[in-house]
Ligand binder design. Structure first.
Ligand code: ADP
Length: 581
């Protein structure tokens, strides 16, 4: 229950709206309870042959007035209470998203995206239900329930006691069934999501399916998952199918008791026929509060459990944070210095980087080469502090990067990741990610630097072309060049490139490398590349092996002294020469 403090502020903000909502709900309940009293008067008048046209019209007018009040106030309580639960949902979701976003890369390594999505959808939906329908059900269970019992006791206490005997059955079965219905409903939703995903994937991968003759296999997979979805649905239907008739059975059990005992009392004239009819009406009104009583405990328990899970995430601190006394200034003016840096993704495993020491002076270019898995990407990721060193120091402009203002540090770095990631939207928007204020001309200039301008011009809507699932599908090389344009448009002092020409042809690669070379002296560039010709002109080249620096030197020095480098370079040179033929 402690976690309920998370939603307190949203309630306090709308405390008057919530109070008005609960008041409307209570008035609706009271008015509902008066309808049987009007019926009683009408029946008593009729059975005593006192009813006149005027009196019947008067009763009808009362009923209509009550119905009108119920109609209007129901609208308002729904708006106020369900509306508030939607606000709680919105506030909580935004807060959770804001927090998850500041968590460090290592958190995302350990947490599955699916689990995070479940918190943002299912858990928040549970909280919404607890704060919306939870309040409604609790108010009705307590207020409508006790008031109805009060009115029934007013008619006859003994009859009320007998009539209420089956009522706990309603509450207990509502609790039992609503729990099972909820679980089944979740399973059904899960099965539906899985089915949609499988179908989506089969359409997206249709070319592979066709070329590997996997249509039959694909059909079977979809049929299997569709069968599971139907099975889950039928299981839900079995529960809902049993629940409602069972509730009716218990209500009718009460009715039977009332007919036997109430009928006797009516014959003995202890209660009037009007009381008898009113009593039956109260009995029907009691069904909902009893169901609500069973339901509300589940709603609140589920809401509390979900809030606890959300709280755990909100309490998770970001490992990489803004320092307490950040150093401000232009970090990237100075040299980047690694001193005895080691890093391990998992404390129990061998370090991925160890004893890394080098310095890149401002305006210089550092090339990094090495077999896959040797730690090149990890090394690059440490400069914008996606991961922090386990041991050693990284300094920029003489200051430990953990002391620099984090935003300033990241602002001064442009990073092109190995796998270019595009957000859904237009090409222009994707490039502008690097500099939201850039106009179209600047965007095109950046695209030109990345040799991407011809591709943009060839597209039907140019920069306004939508990319991704709903638009054009860009090739790997085009995505890579777009990611480069995104980095170029930032014009930051440090450029980190993780294998930027791996997916483009030789000529384009050469053009891109020429552009990067033009930046020499203006930007500090650290470039990882498997294509060694791209590194040839770097001021220093670092050869990595199993997380360590094997050797560091210029192209000429490495050609003379490092086997791996010289062999790979010659091999690639021959391939490039063949390609030129
Ligand atoms: P390279 O860029 O040279 O291919 P990486 O830096 O990507 O090398 O990877 C170095 C090692 O770290 C590899 O063994 C890889 O499996 C491991 N590794 C990379 N990223 C992660 C991660 N997010 N979590 C755990 N291990 C990782």
């Amino acid at each position: 229950m402690k976690s309920y403090r998370l939603i307190k502020e949203y309630f306090m903000e709308r405390i008057w709206v919530v109070t008005a909502g609960v008041l409307c709900l209570m008035i609706v309940d009271v008015v509902q309870l008066f309808i049987p009293r009007i019926i009683k008067r009408a029946v008593d008048d009729m059975t005593a042959y006192r009813a006149t046209r005027e009196s019947l019209l008067e009763y009808a007018a009362y009923i209509l007035l009550a119905a009108l009040i119920i109609c209007v106030l129901r609208y308002f309580w729904r708006r106020f209470l369900i509306g508030t639960s939607r606000r709680v949902e919105e506030g909580l979701r935004n807060r959770l998203f804001r927090h998850i976003q500041i968590l460090s890369a290592s958190y995302f390594d350990q947490t599955r995206t699916g689990d995070l999505m479940a918190h943002v959808t299912n858990d928040i939906a549970n909280v919404r239900m607890a704060t919306g329908m939870g309040i409604v059900a609790a108010t009705d269970a307590v207020f409508l329930g006790t008031a109805a019992i009060g009115f029934m006791c007013h008619i006859n206490f003994q009859l009320t006691v007998f009539a209420l005997i089956p009522m706990p059955l309603i509450a207990f079965s509502a609790k039992y069934f609503s729990k099972r219905m909820h679980t089944r409903y979740r399973e059904t939703q899960g099965a539906f999501a899985d089915m949609t995903e499988v179908v989506r994937e089969r359409y997206a991968g249709i070319r592979i399916i066709k070329s590997y003759n996997l249509e039959e296999d694909s059909r079977q997979r979809v049929e299997e998952i569709s069968r599971r979805y139907i099975r889950e649905n039928l299981s839900l239907v079995r529960i809902t199918g049993a629940f409602f008739p069972m509730m009716l059975l218990f209500t009718n059990l009460s009715l039977a008791i009332v007919i036997v005992f109430g009928g006797r009392l009516a014959i003995l004239t202890t209660i009037s026929p009007g009381d008898f009819v009113a009593f039956i009406n109260y009995l029907n009104l009691m069904t909902w509060p009893m169901m609500a009583l069973g339901w509300v405990t589940n709603l609140l328990q589920r809401g509390a459990a979900s809030l606890d899970r959300i709280d755990v995430i909100l309490q998770t601190p970001a490992e990489i944070r803004q320092p307490r006394n950040p150093v401000s200034g232009h970090p990237a003016r100075g040299a980047i210095q690694f001193q005895d840096v080691s890093y391990s993704y998992d404390d129990n495993r061998e370090p991925v980087l160890s004893g890394i020491t080098f310095t890149v002076n401002p305006g210089e270019t550092l090339g990094i080469v090495g077999p896959p898995g040797s730690g090149k990407t990890t090394l690059l990721n440490m400069i914008p502090r996606l991961y922090d060193v386990c041991d050693g120091f990284i300094r920029i402009h003489g200051t430990d990067i953990r002391q620099w203002d984090l935003e300033e540090l990241r602002d001064s770095i442009s990073f092109v990741a190995q796998e270019p990631f595009l957000f859904s939207g237009t090409i222009g928007e994707n490039i502008r990610f690097g500099n939201p204020d850039a106009d179209d001309e600047k965007v095109m200039q950046a695209a030109k630097l990345a040799s991407f301008d011809d591709s943009v011009k060839a597209l039907p809507a140019g920069l306004n072309t939508i990319v991704g699932e709903k638009g054009v599908i860009l090739s790997g090389g085009q995505k890579q060049r777009l990611a480069l344009a995104r980095a170029f448009i930032r014009r930051s002092k440090v450029l980190l490139l993780d294998d930027p020409v791996s997916q483009v042809d030789m000529d384009t690669g050469r053009r891109i490398i020429e552009t990067i070379r033009l930046l020499e002296g203006q930007q500090t560039v650290i470039i990882v590349s498997h294509r060694l010709s791209a590194l040839r002109h770097a001021d220093q080249i670092l050869v990595m092996e199993s997380g360590r620096i094997k050797i560091i030197g210029t192209h000429e020095q490495l050609m003379a002294s490092d086997d791996y480098y010289a062999r790979t370079f010659r091999l690639q040179e021959m391939e490039e020469a063949n390609h030129a033929f």
